[in-house]
Design a protein around this ligand. Structure first.
Ligand code: KG4
Ligand code: ZN
Length: 360
């Protein structure tokens, strides 16, 4: 399966992201071993479609990806001025994610690759998030500590290079994004809950409700947000029936404060433990303004730097998948499929990509 393909210079990679509720397609271009640059991208969010159901409906997600993916691919090709035949490889998100949704992107990517006789390449969705700050105006350098905070994952990792990941801490129950989403639901806010809760929190006083910060005192970099959710539920039930908005805003602010507090404390502990001075924050929760400002302050105190993806690339997109594919190809560590068979991995730990030497 491994293909020692030769690439034209610049190398152009188109990639497709369909792991959940965004259809993303993008093209990146790489010259030699320079960091690839984004040439064109297009994104369709299904948020409006799923919001009627209060969360993602997998079957609807797959069907919508089918409708959107080829028009988006045409749009990025036209924007970039590149022809399909001029591409060097096609990437797609292989996992983790919704099986049906992943299959759409994988199937289309392998068909396009077969049509032009170039290799196809399955990318790890979280590796895409992790590397996405390399497309920003202020890219990091290896090695760094990464705080990966998406809807389904909350992890701290030591990142030595592409494909060299050591897990420092993981969530033992809910992810940070899930804590935002579930708390938002309990407060009667829409989906996705993170941004909605953050908006309501702007009008609240975060000191009103005392919410738990599980595992925060222990010498562990693991996270737990289930207890917080239970506490939010208890308070939200008490507020039911009240037509006063202020306590809901206070509860939103207190919830956001608790989640951010835990994320910041553990990130600082990870920097201390590894001795590294660079932190990368990736995944949807990385768009949270309070998290960003707190990390900025705490990193400054420690003469450390914090790097983010551009705001538009915090949530799911095709650009990060194309970037991860290209960075792997540059290093000769891409497992390319040249027979166009494919599978998807709905559950796929990021550390499965890691070289054996990495230790916890
Ligand atoms: O990375 P992502 O787009 O999708 C996954 O791979 O899961 O992350 C989505 C998560 C959701 O839980 C959403 O509520 C959260 O990111 N999120 C936020 C914000 N924007 C998105 N959470 C807090 N504040 C935000 N501004
Ligand atoms: Zn994601």
């Amino acid at each position: 399966m491994h293909c020692p393909a030769t690439y034209t210079c610049p190398m152009r990679v188109l990639a497709i992201e369909t792991s959940c509720d965004e259809t993303g397609v993008a093209i990146v271009e790489a010259n030699g071993d320079e960091t690839p640059r984004l040439v064109a991208q297009a994104l369709h969010s299904q948020v409006e479609m799923h919001s009627a159901y209060g969360g993602v409906v997998p079957e609807l997600a797959s069907r919508d990806h089918i409708r959107r993916v080829l028009p988006l691919a045409r749009a990025v090709l036209s924007e970039s001025g590149a022809s399909l035949a001029s591409l060097d490889a096609i990437g797609y998100t292989r996992g983790p994610g919704l099986a049906g949704a992943l299959l759409v992107g994988a199937g289309v990517a392998c068909s396009l690759a077969a049509a032009i006789g170039r290799p196809a390449f399955g990318v790890h969705h979280l590796e895409g998030h992790l590397l996405s700050p390399f497309l920003s105006a202020d890219p990091p350098r290896f090695p760094f500590v990464a705080l990966l905070v998406s809807g389904g994952h909350t992890q701290l990792l030591k990142v030595a290079n592409v494909g060299h990941y050591s897990l420092l801490g993981d969530t033992i129950d809910d992810a940070a994004g899930e804590a935002f989403d579930k708390s938002a639901k309990l407060l009667g806010l829409g989906y996705p809950g993170g941004p909605a809760l953050a908006r309501l929190a702007e009008f609240g006083d975060a000191s009103v409700f005392k919410l738990p910060r599980p595992l925060s005192q222990r010498d562990s970099l693991d996270f737990s947000f289930a207890g917080l959710k239970t506490a939010v539920r208890t308070h939200a039930l008490r507020l039911e029936g009240s037509n006063c908005e202020q306590p809901r805003a206070d509860l939103a602010a207190s919830t956001q404060e608790a989640i951010v507090d835990v994320l910041v404390r553990k990130s600082m502990a990870a920097l201390e433990r590894t001795g590294l001075k660079r932190l990368v924050v990736a995944g949807g929760v990385g768009a949270n303004a309070l998290l960003r400002s707190r990390l900025e302050v705490e990193c400054k105190k420690r003469q450390a730097r914090v790097h983010y993806p551009e705001l538009a690339l915090c949530t799911d997109n095709g650009a990060m998948i194309a970037l991860a594919a290209a960075m792997r190809m540059q290093r000769g560590i891409a497992q390319m499929s040249t027979d166009y068979s494919f599978d998807v991995l709905p559950r796929w730990p990021l550390t499965a990509l890691t070289e054996p030497a990495a230790a916890r």
